[in-house]
Design a protein around this ligand. Sequence first.
Ligand SMILES: *[C@@H]1O[C@H](CO)[C@@H](O)[C@H](O)[C@H]1NC(C)=O
Ligand SMILES: *[C@@H]1O[C@H](CO)[C@@H](O)[C@H](O)[C@H]1NC(C)=O
Ligand SMILES: *[C@@H]1O[C@H](CO)[C@@H](O)[C@H](O)[C@H]1NC(C)=O
Ligand SMILES: *[C@@H]1O[C@H](CO)[C@@H](O)[C@H](O)[C@H]1NC(C)=O
Ligand SMILES: *[C@@H]1O[C@H](CO)[C@@H](O)[C@H](O)[C@H]1NC(C)=O
Ligand SMILES: *[C@@H]1O[C@H](CO)[C@@H](O)[C@H](O)[C@H]1NC(C)=O
Ligand SMILES: *[C@@H]1O[C@H](CO)[C@@H](O)[C@H](O)[C@H]1NC(C)=O
Ligand SMILES: *[C@@H]1O[C@H](CO)[C@@H](O)[C@H](O)[C@H]1NC(C)=O
Length: 411
Amino acid sequence: MRLATLLLSGLVSLLPLSSSTILQNGQLRETHFQETKIASVTSTSTGWRTYEPNAPEISYKGRWDSKHISWWAAPGIKFGFTGQNVALTFGEHTSPLVLVAYRFGGLDWQMTNITANATHQFISPSTRGLNLTLSPQLPQIFELRVTNWGLGVQVRAVHVSSNSTLIKIPNFSKSIEFIGDSLTSGMYATYEAFSGFGYNIGAGFGDVEFSITAYPGICLTDAVCWDNPRGQTYQWFHTQDTSPRAAKIYGTEPEEWDFSAHPSADLVIINLGTNDNNTHNNLTSAQYLTSYLSFVSKVQKVHPNAQIILMSLWKSFSAVGNSYRQTGAFVDEIYQVYQHYKDEGYVHYFNSTGVLQHNDYGPGSHPTDWGHIKVASHMMQYIRLKFGWEFGASGPEIQHETLYWNNEPNY
Ligand SMILES: *[C@@H]1O[C@H](CO)[C@@H](O)[C@H](O)[C@H]1NC(C)=O
Ligand SMILES: *[C@@H]1O[C@H](CO)[C@@H](O)[C@H](O)[C@H]1NC(C)=O
Ligand SMILES: *[C@@H]1O[C@H](CO)[C@@H](O)[C@H](O)[C@H]1NC(C)=O
Ligand SMILES: *[C@@H]1O[C@H](CO)[C@@H](O)[C@H](O)[C@H]1NC(C)=O
Ligand SMILES: *[C@@H]1O[C@H](CO)[C@@H](O)[C@H](O)[C@H]1NC(C)=O
Ligand SMILES: *[C@@H]1O[C@H](CO)[C@@H](O)[C@H](O)[C@H]1NC(C)=O
Ligand SMILES: *[C@@H]1O[C@H](CO)[C@@H](O)[C@H](O)[C@H]1NC(C)=O
Ligand SMILES: *[C@@H]1O[C@H](CO)[C@@H](O)[C@H](O)[C@H]1NC(C)=O
């Protein structure tokens, strides 16, 4: 078993990179994914100390179920640790080669593909920043996020060096709950949920917890939409999303999400209706309005202290005459929902018109990375001005691989 430890240190310090197929405008995009898989570590492996997935030191971000399987968009884990080694063993319900982002302290995110039933080492003695005790961040913190919206991981164990310990990192005091569809979940963005405006807003504040309960194609109304068996007025109250992955494990009976076991959200951001508004799904404006009116009060019931922001929908951009125009969807209905609740004081309307232009949309009818960042930036400033939340992320990377630059003068 000592062999395992030797092998893994060797592997990690060489940092071999795996090949990948992330596309950018249909072309292969250069990536730098780390190879993190090592020989299996178990609770009897020499040199390691193993924690069960339900160890109180491990914080789960977003929605995870009783089997420690992650759901919805960009779920994550976070913990502090002593020593110089951190590895995780993933369970059988881990999506094949799912791409995750991970980081040490406030250093840059790194990407790696995860294998089911395998152990991956993320921190080793050669990890940059490990010995910098003057670093602004103590204790040492490890964080991981699934980049996709429908794929996930199952945590089976967390390992540190045999003489090291995990440390519980307290939650930030504020939290945001996102309820959305493919737009909030970052579909077709470079790193999917990890590039979407949900993540960009939540992580962008730097010092808030966030959960992105968003899934592509889903409607607000409880109806079959683009193969999603249920709408958010049903699914949001459940731990699992509407993915085939969830159906395979839980059939048509997902676990109910226990809102009382988690802190109540301070802010709820809803962007739903783009799929209800699609003729493919056969829903009417009246159904949408009725669903939205009842949904808002149900959300308020489980998050009684939350400010609820209704986002207007841009839907798509089309060429009209000799220019372009935002199509919009359920413009009047969303405003009507806002007006219905306005006097109660906790419902707000975010007018997204003019934030995006037609070139912020990719051919797959979703925002580009730029588009997501624009939506996030405007929403963050809106929240700052309206609710006085300050921006806490004044250094560490939020958007990964968005460093486009030009050092050539004089075109
Ligand atoms: C890693 O994940 C990315 C994104 O899902 C995928 O394109 C790539 O093929 C994977 N790489 C390997 C080596 O499996
Ligand atoms: C993971 O292990 C389980 C249980 O031993 C097994 O059924 C499954 O096929 C394994 N999955 C992979 C991808 O190896
Ligand atoms: C950190 O210090 C340990 C010895 O305490 C050493 O083995 C390791 O290489 C150092 N790591 C880095 C990244 O400097
Ligand atoms: C833990 O063990 C390693 C390897 O034996 C050693 O280098 C290190 O100093 C120990 N750390 C502590 C805190 O005892
Ligand atoms: C910490 O926040 C996460 C969501 O980010 C939540 O699921 C968890 O219940 C919170 N833990 C505590 C102890 O409040
Ligand atoms: C919508 O209605 C059409 C025509 O009645 C039908 O073919 C189609 O299956 C319906 N779609 C859904 C999602 O119910
Ligand atoms: C979508 O919303 C627009 C703007 O409110 C409305 O004119 C249109 O009838 C809606 N379409 C569907 C299919 O719901
Ligand atoms: C939303 O913003 C657009 C552009 O400024 C404006 O034309 C429209 O009236 C606004 N809608 C509402 C409901 O305020």
